[in-house]
Design a protein around this ligand. Structure first.
Ligand code: SF4
Length: 335
């Protein structure tokens, strides 16, 4: 047994670390199936891969919700859907609050500030709010702006590009085969189409998802392969934090070892991408998770609070990076 198990780590060492070629779907599955006593080995390799192909810098990002709750879609994990008995009510924030949040984010050393809205896709009102918000931030804060506004038309892609949006986030959320069990109000292909338009317009593509939504290990490996095909600039990796009132409210939280194995597997599938710890890691991994992940292939974090749940305070993560001697990526390196 150990012979086979040793193989995938050895294969990955030669293929991914030495040659920079990501693991394919079957190989990712083999990593996900490793027994827990191999976890440290595979995390160590993922860390080496990240250091070799991405370097020691860690990208820091802040996010703000411009419009919260009341979304017409039915993503089963999401407390912002208006279709479930969720506690999140529909609300907008004003432009001065947006600028203030961007300022606070920049103070942490973050290079990216992502404006998020809980919508299927933007309407005219949202597009004009985003335009006004970006202009106001630009006048006062030195930070790159990302947006996450759902599915886009070509015209909206062009408008966001013209506003100077640097990166666009749109998550595929899970593998193509599992997606219909997670969302029924739109398709995986629709999401894929938005991502292609974003890429063609010259914006950076940010696309990740949530692990622990009832997908099999095979489907988790499929998802890593889906992302490798898309080849995004950034992959935010979330772990399901089951929200009361959502259809996934009763699912179990991933075991820490499974979550960390997944982090390593995604790094080995995507050696050069920015792999970001996003939501749910506190509940899945606890306080130790940040360190294990950042020493296991992660090279980006979100500071402060997530959209609907409390994250760790910015200082905790920034102190950790400092103690691990991992510099925060500077703004001029990302331009
Ligand atoms: S994930 Fe996005 S699109 Fe889906 S329900 Fe939540 S806010 Fe709406």
């Amino acid at each position: 047994m150990t012979g086979v198990l040793a193989d995938i780590v050895d294969i990955a060492r030669e293929q991914v670390l030495e040659r920079g070629e990501g693991l394919n779907e079957d190989q990712v599955l083999a990593v996900l199936q490793l027994p827990d006593d191999r976890l440290d080995d595979v995390l160590q390799l993922a860390h080496e891969v990240r250091m070799k192909w991405c370097g020691p810098e860690v990208e820091v990002e802040g996010i703000i919700s411009l419009k919260t709750g009341g979304c017409p879609e039915d993503c089963h994990f999401c407390s912002q859907s208006g279709l479930f008995e969720s506690p999140v009510r529909s609300a907008w924030i004003d432009i001065p609050s947006l600028v203030e949040a961007a300022k606070q984010t920049a103070k942490t050393g973050a290079t990216e500030f992502c404006i998020v809205a809980a919508v299927r896709g933007p309407d005219k009102r949202l597009m004009s709010q985003v335009a006004a918000g970006i202009e106001a931030i630009r006048n006062e804060v030195d930070i790159q702006i990302a947006c996450s506004l759902g599915m886009l038309t070509q015209e909206q892609v062009d408008e966001l590009k013209a506003m100077g949006v640097h990166r666009y986030n749109h998550n595929l959320e899970t593998s193509k085969s599992h997606f219909p069990n997670v969302v029924t109000t739109h398709s995986w292909e629709e999401r894929w189409g938005t991502l292609q338009m974003v890429r063609e317009a010259g914006m950076e593509v940010c696309c990740g998802g949530i692990l622990g939504m009832g997908e099999t290990l095979e489907q988790r490996a499929e998802f890593a392969a889906n992302l490798a095909e898309l080849d995004p600039d950034e992959v935010p990796l979330n772990f399901l934090n089951p929200r009361p009132g959502t259809p996934f409210g009763d699912l179990d939280v991933l075991e820490p070892s499974e979550a960390l194995k997944s982090v390593a597997a995604f790094r080995l599938a995507l050696p050069r991408t920015i792999l970001r710890f996003a939501g749910g890691r506190e509940i899945t991994l606890g306080d130790l998770g940040a360190e294990k992940g950042i020493l296991g292939g992660i090279n980006a974090v979100i500071v402060g609070n997530y959209l609907t749940t409390l994250g760790r305070p910015a200082e905790t993560d920034l102190d950790l990076l400092d103690s691990l001697k991992m510099p925060i990526k500077a703004l001029n390196e990302t331009l």
